[in-house]
Design a protein around this ligand. Structure first.
Ligand code: KG4
Ligand code: ZN
Length: 347
């Protein structure tokens, strides 16, 4: 079954064709990073306009790269929640129109399911159930229990900022470029992760909190520089040396990863039959997170990370998620009535 997957939930315009949920026939991603690097973050109206200009050329390229025509495609899949309203609208309206015109079944896919199913792309030995997925992206931080395909139970979630958002905000304080996650990952390689000890939040059960960590970094920088806590965060980068920036990046990254993995350990204790651990979402590209996950858990569990090209937003993961929906007999959606939703929990 060949599925065209379309993704426009944030600032990547993407389309891909995937056969049977894991063979990549094409994968086209046009990122708007260059546009938003100038502003230091995504501007929703600009993102939607850019998707509008790019979406059709991206879909055509995905067909050309796969050497296929529309007639060869069995279904279309699109992200319809969660994400930026204007961005989601461009992808879903395009997919609805194509599904009607080309008479194809249409699957409406939840973005976090797609991130999880990125782990099935090109996998010779896919994850085994039951599994725990640690979903770490710009908008979400969740631990999700999957008993089988298409069964998702949120067992832990963030009470405030997502971990990716925290990487982005700390990067901004340190004067690193947008997007902050990859910049921290790279800068931290030259830093000492033990130089600035940072607190772990005290949150009961399996939930997370990341807003305190961002503030702790801010206060530690102010103290290190001998500046008042009233010094605005945007001024601090001008006073930091290159080595201090690297040490703050490494200390923050190390703490953020430890917080995530401590909760994952707790979740594993309360779910004794888990076979696999799956990392998903943009932050799953983080080198320290990958290394620490392997070193702590690989003796007991199979560990999965998406290929780096599938850890951020892409259309292939949308096609994969739709394939597994079709396998479990989830009916396609009505292209005349499909609507978007900026926020819907995975279910
Ligand atoms: O999954 P994603 O591409 O978009 C959302 O669904 O949100 O995640 C984007 C997030 C951003 O916060 C970005 O800074 C972060 O993933 N990110 C990283 C890395 N690469 C991307 N964070 C830490 N280390 C990385 N290497
Ligand atoms: Zn995403």
């Amino acid at each position: 079954m060949k599925i065209l997957g379309i993704e426009t939930s944030c600032d990547e315009t993407a389309a891909a064709i995937v056969e049977n949920g894991n063979q990549i026939l094409s994968n086209v991603v046009v990122s708007q990073i260059d546009i938003f690097a100038e502003y230091g973050g995504v501007i929703p109206e600009v993102a939607a306009r850019s998707h509008l200009e790019t979406i059709l050329p991206v879909i055509h390229k995905s067909l050309r790269d796969a050497k296929l025509d529309f007639e060869d495609i069995d279904a279309i899949a699109v992200t319809h929640t969660p994400g930026l309203t204007g961005s989601l609208l461009i992808g879903t309206l395009t997919a609805r129109t194509l599904a009607i015109l080309k008479r194809k079944p249409l699957y409406a896919v939840h973005h976090l399911k797609s991130h999880i199913y990125a782990n099935w792309l090109s996998a010779d030995n896919p994850p085994h159930f039951p599994l725990l997925a640690l979903v770490v992206s710009g908008g979400h931080t969740q631990i999700i229990y999957m008993r089988e395909h298409n069964h998702f139970e949120i067992i832990g979630t963030t009470r405030d900022d997502a971990v990716g958002e925290c990487f982005d905000k700390v990067a901004k304080i340190l004067g690193l470029p947008y997007p902050g996650g990859p910049a921290i990952d790279q800068t931290a390689q030259n830093g000492n992760p033990k130089r600035y000890p940072l607190p772990h939040p005290k949150v009961s059960n399996l939930d997370f909190s990341f807003s305190g960590l961002k503030t702790a970094v801010l206060r530690t920088i102010q103290a290190e520089l001998g500046l008042s806590i009233k010094t605005p965060s945007f001024e601090l980068k001008n006073h930091l040396s290159t080595q201090q920036i690297a040490d703050f990046a490494a200390s923050f990254q190390n703490t953020a990863c430890d917080i995530l993995l401590e909760k994952l350990s707790l979740a594993l204790q309360s779910h004794p039959n888990i076979q696999s651990i799956v990392l998903a979402g943009g932050v799953s590209a983080n080198q320290t997170l990958r290394t620490k996950t392997q070193s702590i858990f690989s003796k007991q569990y199979q560990i999965y990370f998406p290929e780096p090209r599938f850890s951020g937003d892409n259309g292939a993961m949308v096609a994969a998620a739709a394939y597994f929906e079709s396998l479990t007999h989830t009916p396609p959606t009505n292209p005349y009535t499909l609507s978007i939703a900026p926020r819907t929990p995975i279910h």
